[in-house]
Design a protein around this ligand. Structure first.
Ligand code: ASP
Length: 345
């Protein structure tokens, strides 16, 4: 009898905790690179900050209403795909032939399911196609024409070529191709791929990335963004990551997966493993770029080894952060760095 009472008392105490909802948090990026105030007009900077803020707030609203992290990252990416400031969807960089060929990926940290498309044209929201690959096909990655035929089954919105191409990208391609080494050169000084990572109330992590790749690319070049483990990765046990930077390095160093794997193997916090991979491993390899990442407690890290990274977050305490340069939000990781409990598995 006493035992029963004790059990009852214990269950009364435990029940509300078991049902308690976890923290929500989200981060987005709009690319990393040689971003300095003198290259930026005040109008462009304002437009970029506004687009980042709009995307992160829209994703957060999904989480706040009880939506999934998959829905939150999809929503944030769709907004950035439409924003001409970023290298994804409308405003994507141009290939050597002046075309727009886009890559996107999404991953569910709860199930390790993932979907990706590579080298697709005409789709307003490549991220929707990537998500359909995850949910409506037995595959992880579809490419080119096949991916477009697959996407058409779901009546995903298509746009004419001209809709995607901005004057900024036309001028950028012209400038790159005027250089003597243009035939071998990809545009390296400016990456503006978009990405999002989030945790929902159920504790599920998700990551998504969308891009036009690198300017002046040819031969069907595909970077890290749609490659699961390189530019995009999510696992509820550790973290969710979306990357931006020189894709060839991110593929070879399996960056997104490496950040999560280091957490699992060494039980160190995300702030450490993400910083180590971006500022030691990649930097030593001569690779420019950065990541946004979130762990299973909702702690966000956004390290980059370039002069800037377009980024925004709404932390688990509700704090909104929008940054471009290194000096923006100097105390970014104060919440994240202080709490290091990760259980190895
Ligand atoms: N990582 C992308 C790629 O190599 C480029 C970017 O981040 O903007 O395709």
């Amino acid at each position: 009898m006493i035992k029963l009472r004790l059990l009852l008392a214990a269950s009364l105490f435990i029940a509300p905790c078991a049902m308690a909802e976890g923290p929500i948090a989200i981060a987005v990026h709009g690319g990393a690179g040689t971003i300095t105030p003198d290259q930026m007009t005040p109008e462009r900077e304002l437009a970029i900050r506004a687009a980042l803020e709009q995307a992160v707030k829209a994703g957060h609203a999904v989480l706040d209403e009880g939506g999934s992290s998959l829905d939150a990252v999809t929503e944030a990416i769709r907004i950035m795909e439409d924003a001409p400031e970023f290298n994804a969807g409308r405003g994507a960089v141009l290939t050597e032939a002046g075309r727009v060929e886009m890559d996107a990926a999404i991953m569910d940290g709860a199930t390790l399911e993932a979907g990706a498309v590579a080298s697709v044209t005409g789709l307003r929201h490549p991220i929707d196609a990537a998500r359909r690959v995850m949910t409506d096909s037995p595959h992880v990655m579809l490419m080119g024409e096949g991916a477009e035929v697959f996407a058409r089954q779901f009546e995903l919105e298509e746009k004419p070529t001209e809709w995607f191409i901005t004057d900024f990208r036309r001028d950028q391609l012209r400038a790159i191709q005027a250089e003597p080494q243009a035939s071998t050169q990809l545009s390296e000084d400016w990456y503006s791929t978009v990405g999002a990572v989030a945790i929902d109330r159920a504790g599920n992590l998700a990551a998504a990335t969308s891009t036009g790749g690198m300017a002046n690319k040819r031969w069907g070049r595909v970077g890290d963004s749609p490659i699961i483990g390189a530019g995009t990765y999510a696992n509820n046990q550790t973290c969710a990551v979306s990357a931006t930077g020189h894709g060839e390095f991110f593929i070879r160093y399996v960056v997104a997966y490496d950040i999560c794997a280091r957490m699992a193997y060494t039980a160190r916090p995300l702030a450490q493993t993400s910083d180590e991979v971006v500022n030691l491993v990649l930097k030593n390899a001569g690779a420019d770029g950065g990541v946004i990442a979130i762990d299973r407690h909702g702690r966000i890290s956004m390290p980059f080894n370039t002069t800037g990274m377009y980024r925004a977050a709404i932390h688990r305490d509700g704090r909104l952060e929008v940054g471009i340069y290194r000096d923006d939000n100097r105390d970014d990781n104060r919440d994240e760095a202080s709490d290091s409990e990760i259980s190895p598995h």
